[in-house]
Ligand binder design. Structure first.
Ligand SMILES: Nc1ncnc2c1ncn2[C@@H]1O[C@H](COP(=O)(O)OP(=O)(O)OP(=O)(O)O)[C@@H](O)[C@H]1O
Length: 275
């Protein structure tokens, strides 16, 4: 797949026939401080079901902090978060995962000595009903459950086209493939919303093209809502439905890629720079 294919896949995905669902996540006036550092100041934006929503901004703008607020790692001092219309109370990351929010990290967080298959299997943990005692007592039922989880993991492996490395320890894979495995682990949890923190950082052009295709396919085939942080402007503008722009913890732009591209504040703060 070359960049033209990505462009046409992206515009088909974002074309006039594309319909978004309801607002599923509504962030209202979020402020987050670390001591004297204002990481986020009065940020409001929403995420619609099925869309690819990107968060961009220069280094230190507050993008990762925002993802950490969404999945309960950070707790903002001010503001409200509505999830499916309900105000969310203080939420911990495991609760966010139970609510269908999965994420990948800026730095790969995989078990390097474990195989691709086993790493992706860890993404099924939340779905596993049997614990060790149950496994001992009800061996047959636990075994059936294990088989069902394996099947799901094999589906993810097929989808990401990593069959030939399924038994390989992750640490032996090239960087781009490791990032793909990380995506696989998040997908194994069957999330309704996927938070991707710079999924293409450090990749070569070909690896980026592959990752773009998988993100578009996840969104298209599974209907997964995607919140994406990405520094590569070409990629962001090609695959996003809407983009929110942060700078020094404040929101300076929000809209379709074309609107954001032509926003004076954004050009000044971000697009005109070499970030
Ligand atoms: N745990 C923390 N403790 C203290 N300060 C923090 C913490 N996390 C983030 N910050 C500060 O909050 C601000 C926003 O950081 P954040 O990592 O969210 O930005 P970013 O836009 O994701 O940056 P980058 O593109 O470099 O990853 C920065 O000034 C950062 O130093």
């Amino acid at each position: 797949m070359d960049m033209n294919d990505i462009n046409s896949a992206a515009s088909a995905a974002a074309g006039p026939g594309r319909r978004f669902g309801e607002v599923i996540l509504d962030l209202q006036n979020i402020s987050l401080r670390f001591g004297g550092v204002k990481a986020l100041t009065d940020i409001s934006f929403n995420v619609r079901e099925h869309e690819i929503r990107s968060i961009i901004g220069p280094n230190g703008a507050g993008k990762s902090s925002m993802l950490n607020v969404i999945n309960g790692v950070y707790h903002p001092q001010e503001g409200k978060i509505l999830h499916h219309g309900q105000e969310r109370k203080r939420l911990e990351p495991y609760m966010a995962a139970r609510q269908g929010i999965a994420r990948t990290f800026q730095n790969i967080a995989l078990f390097k000595g474990m195989s691709v298959l086993d790493n992706i299997m860890t993404g099924r943990n939340l779905k596993m009903k049997s614990n060790i005692l149950q496994m001992a007592l009800y061996w047959g039922a636990a075994q059936k459950e294990e088989i069902a989880h394996r099947e799901k993991v094999e589906e993810v492996i097929d989808f990401l086209e990593i069959q030939d490395v399924r038994k390989t320890p992750v640490g032996q894979l090239p960087y781009g493939l490791q990032k793909r495995v990380e995506l696989g682990r998040a997908l194994a949890a069957e999330p309704s919303m996927l938070l991707l923190d710079e999924p293409m950082a450090g990749m070569n052009v070909e690896e980026k093209q592959d990752m773009c295709r998988f993100i578009l396919d996840v969104n298209d085939q599974f209907g997964t809502t995607i919140v994406l942080i990405e520094h590569d402007m070409g990629v962001v503008m090609d695959i996003s439905d809407r983009v929110v722009v942060l700078d020094y913890g404040k929101k300076i732009g929000d809209g379709a890629p074309d609107e954001v591209r032509n926003n004076e504040d954004v050009i000044r703060a971000y697009l005109g720079t070499s970030h």
